[in-house]
Unconditional design. Structure first.
Length: 175
């Protein structure tokens, strides 16, 4: 399957919101590996912010958004208490946020294509690493990250215990 990955724009926001809602509906009916909830995360505002900051990328197949990822320089607070591959003020690090794949396109290579894009884009952007967090029970995502060369760094509390999400694994890929 072929995907075109490009920077997201304002015209994509409605479709991204629908993707987020469709995905959360799917997760509610199936196994909710990431622990996401409709109306809580991800939501329309995540797409608006990503487009506004020019760091949201969409994967399209036949003109339809089938996945998306945000690559920012903004870490979660818990990242600062972790020993990473190298010290950084995050100007030379991308952090993965709001990495989604439409439920109709799960296991079709969208996630791998977005990860490959993130790595290629990071090389072109001269960043030193890509960092991310993943809910400890999100086995499919963990497998993908490890397959793409990300190394486990630490397990931390991101303060989402109220949602039953106590521990997140931190991963890093040095570029």
């Amino acid at each position: 399957m072929n995907f075109i990955i490009e920077i997201g724009n304002t015209n994509d926001i409605d479709e991204l919101e629908k993707l987020y809602n469709d995905l959360n509906d799917h997760l509610k009916e199936k196994v909710n590996y990431p622990g996401w909830r409709k109306g809580i995360y991800p939501v329309r505002q995540n797409a608006i912010d990503g487009v506004k900051h020019d760091n949201l990328y969409v994967a399209k197949h036949n003109g339809k958004i089938v996945g998306s990822i945000i690559l920012s320089n903004e870490p979660e607070t818990a990242y600062y208490n972790t020993k990473w591959g190298f010290e950084s003020d995050y100007t030379d690090v991308f952090v993965v946020h709001t990495f989604v794949v439409h439920p109709e396109f799960l296991k079709c290579g969208v996630g791998k294509a977005l990860m490959d894009f993130s790595i290629e884009y990071s090389i072109k952007s001269h960043v030193k690493s890509i960092r991310l967090d993943v809910y400890e029970k999100n086995i499919p995502a963990i497998r993908l990250y490890e397959k793409c060369g990300f190394k486990y760094i630490d397990t931390v509390d991101l303060g989402l215990g109220n949602y039953g999400l106590n521990w997140f694994k931190l991963y890093e890929k040095l570029i």
